[in-house]
Ligand binder design. Structure first.
Ligand code: HAM
Length: 415
């Protein structure tokens, strides 16, 4: 074969799509219960939007974005995440004008050119939510509770929630300076990646994947101990609300996250059911982003979660989505009934019943086999005799019973 899907991309096949649809529907349902409304933003945006929002020095912007020049020479990027797009849309469409707190959600594909492995793709799907216009800890706690509720609804309980506060523009620079000075003392022992980060983003050193880095930095000062009064009080409130909601969590003073826009609360939900890519979801507060993008200063908080990683866990648990099989298969016994079968199939479909018939002029035996393969609940066989009598045998394939029914009552019987 000449063509294959691009490395790191995946087809969601018909055999999997009913599970995807069911899960997406459950997710939408939870979002609606929390009164979040859907937003759909374009799949590509100007490159500068992501570079500015996520941060020039992050892995995403530095190494992973699908960036290209379009035919007019403009630099555009396939979205690696949607928070930046949502904030762009919030500003451009003045969404804050109509209401003080704007709560939106999204589900869709994102693109990052990472090294593909289990749970890590180049085109993957996220669902996420953003609450824009509220500085309160109550909003952070709602966003976290919303993410947790989605996993609960899907029967996933073996996750852990880690939270941290990364401070604000007042206390973070002070802490960073203290940390930088400590890191410089052991700089030459750190991995090259961490050495590079000391100057520009020392907090990421604490989040290093390198075991030796982690050992060396085990006793480093943590930001939670350097928060100013406001950030500390905010963090305490988030924690006490999570406790009040019955949501277990641990404080992880090393949690930094790979995007630069966070202030105060940062969190991650991980699962031991996943391999090395164990993050199911991540998010936090980003009070400076809207202003950074040219809007009025507007505090925000949100999260995003990976669909494929969620699907991996559900698959492991052999989660079954409701099947989408035809309710009835109308088999044709002879040529004289063909038009009736086609017409009635269309009629049933128009009346809300999923119905199927043969389009390949197959023998009756082959049609019956097909009805079975399609897992249709009912099957009828219609020929000239049935049409003349106005009666047909309605077979229930799910329990192998049958009854004689009037053709004109068929629809009511299988409704
Ligand atoms: P993120 O941590 O970069 O945050 O991504 C969120 C989730 O997307 C991850 O926890 C993971 O489940 C999934 N994910 C990320 N990259 C991949 C990949 N290459 N393959 C498969 N799944 C992946 C954000 O994107 C932020 N926008 C979250 C946020 C929203 N913060 C505030 N609002």
């Amino acid at each position: 074969m000449n063509y294959r899907a691009i490395k790191g991309t995946k087809d969601i096949l018909p055999s999997e799509s009913s599970r995807w649809q069911f899960v997406e529907q459950t997710i939408r349902d939870v979002f609606h219960r929390f009164n979040y409304k859907e937003i759909r933003t374009p799949i590509f945006e100007t490159t500068a939007l992501f570079a500015r929002s996520i941060g020039e020095l992050t892995d995403i912007v530095g190494k992973e974005m699908y960036t290209f020049q379009d035919r007019s020479g403009d630099s555009v990027t396939l979205r690696p995440e949607e928070t930046a797009s949502v904030m762009r849309s919030y500003i451009q469409n003045n969404l804050g004008e109509a209401q003080p707190l704007v709560k939106v959600y999204y589900i869709g594909p994102m693109f990052r050119q990472e090294r593909p492995q289990a749970g890590r793709l180049r085109q993957f799907h996220q669902f996420g939510a953003e609450a824009t216009g509220s500085p309160t800890a109550e909003t952070d706690a709602e966003i976290i509770a919303l993410a947790i509720e989605i996993y609960r609804r899907l029967g996933i309980t073996d996750y852990s929630l880690k939270i941290n506060s990364v401070g604000d523009e007042e206390c973070r620079p002070r802490y960073k300076e203290i940390l930088r000075n400590e890191l410089l003392k052991i700089a030459e022992k750190l991995s090259p990646e961490s050495q590079r980060r000391i100057e520009q983003n020392p907090m990421r050193v604490l989040d290093s994947k390198d075991e030796r880095d982690l050992e060396l930095t085990a006793a480093m000062p943590l930001i939670v101990d350097y928060l100013n009064e406001e950030c500390a009080a905010h963090f305490e409130k988030v924690k006490s609300l999570l406790t009040a909601y019955g949501i277990p969590f641990t404080v992880d003073g090393r949690l930094v996250r790979g995007l630069d826009y966070y202030t105060k609360t940062a969190f991650e939900i991980t699962s031991t059911e996943l391999g090395s890519q164990d993050a199911l979801a991540g998010g936090g507060r980003y009070d400076l982003l809207v202003k950074e993008l040219g809007g009025r200063s507007t505090p925000s908080v949100g999260f995003a979660a990976g669909m494929e990683r969620l699907m991996m866990i559900l698959e492991k648990k052999q989660f079954q989505a409701p099947q989408q099989n035809p309710k009835i298969f109308l088999a044709c016994a002879d040529e004289s009934a063909r038009e009736w079968v086609l017409r009635t199939t269309m009629h049933l479909r128009s009346n809300g019943i999923s119905a199927e018939c043969d389009l390949l002029s197959r023998s009756l035996k082959a049609q019956m086999k097909e009805a079975d393969r399609q897992n249709a609940k009912y099957v009828i066989v219609v020929g000239s005799k049935e049409l003349a009598n106005g009666k047909v045998l309605l077979k229930d394939l799910s329990n192998h019973t049958h009854q004689e029914v009037q053709l004109d009552t068929l629809q009511e019987l299988i409704q």
